[in-house]
Design a protein around this ligand. Structure first.
Ligand code: ATP
Length: 249
């Protein structure tokens, strides 16, 4: 496994109104390996979303360094999935997924083939011509994930992607994500509030502490791949999740 991204001593200060400022990230350093799933956990306001934004290049004003082994191309190499699916309500599912591919030089037949492949991957081929309002929350979020994968980004940044879903749907989508990851081996950085989700999905878990946001600990997840529902039954799973919970307290 090779180094993909090196975050070194990154400090981010937001200048707020009335001259006040908020240190959202304080001297954060983290190496991300190619093909790994990294989970970021920490109390509300500790800077998890800020760190994703810095990695995504959405805000270039920070101290420190974010160095890529191969610098990403804008709009192509970084896929983003948010808590709310952010699908366009007036476009069909097929055309929502096609969004990232249009205007990138691919012809219509190639785009349609790629979209069909992606929708099949998440079991939604039959919904290609439906509108987002006709799908459940879990189905919409699966569309958001494959839309982010459509242009084959090198990294997927996910900010609480399953946070708005009920527990059963959430478990199902975690398995969908693992299956997609097994197939694509994308590098994934995932923000979550759930220690179980972090333990189930990640290779490494980064625990952050609040105000100012610092890295408290980085853990290798002591669970074998491939993971599936029986992983949740392992004593190591509960032990690891409990240990993470203790570090958040
Ligand atoms: N655009 C902004 N302007 C000013 N302050 C901001 C801005 N964005 C975030 N902050 C502040 O930076 C800190 C970190 O916010 P961030 O959203 O990164 O935290 P988080 O860990 O993702 O929180 P949560 O888990 O609640 O989503 C917070 O104190 C927040 O108020």
């Amino acid at each position: 496994m090779s180094k993909f991204l090196a975050i070194t001593d990154v400090t981010k200060v937001y200048k707020a109104a009335k001259g006040q400022s908020v240190t959202a990230l304080d001297d954060v350093s983290l190496d991300i390996e190619d093909g790994q799933i990294i989970a970021l956990i920490g109390p509300s306001g500790c800077g998890k979303s800020t760190l994703l934004r810095m990695i995504a290049g959405l805000d270039g004003e920070y101290e420190g360094e974010i160095a890529w082994a191969t610098p990403p191309k804008a709009g192509r190499d970084i896929g983003f999935v948010f808590q709310e699916h952010a699908l366009l309500p007036w476009r069909t599912i097929q055309r929502n997924v096609a969004l990232g591919l249009e205007g990138k030089g691919a012809d219509k037949a190639a785009i349609n083939a790629r979209v069909a492949e992606l929708l099949t991957m998440v079991g939604l081929a039959d919904f290609a011509h439906s509108y987002p309002s006709e799908l459940s929350g879990g189905m919409r979020q699966r569309v958001a994930i494959v839309r982010a994968l459509a242009y084959n980004p090198r990294i997927l940044l996910m900010d609480e992607p399953f946070g708005a879903l009920d527990a059963i749907t959430r478990d199902r989508l975690q398995d969908d994500l693992l299956r997609i990851w097994e197939q694509t081996k994308k590098t994934i950085v995932l923000v979550t509030h759930s220690v179980e989700e972090a333990a189930y999905l990640a290779d490494r878990v980064v625990v952050m502490s609040a105000r100012p946001g610092r890295i408290r600990a980085i853990h290798n997840v002591p669970l074998p791949r491939e993971r599936n529902q029986s992983t949740r039954e392992l004593p190591e799973f509960a032990q690891f999740a409990n240990m993470l919970r203790g570090q958040l307290a």
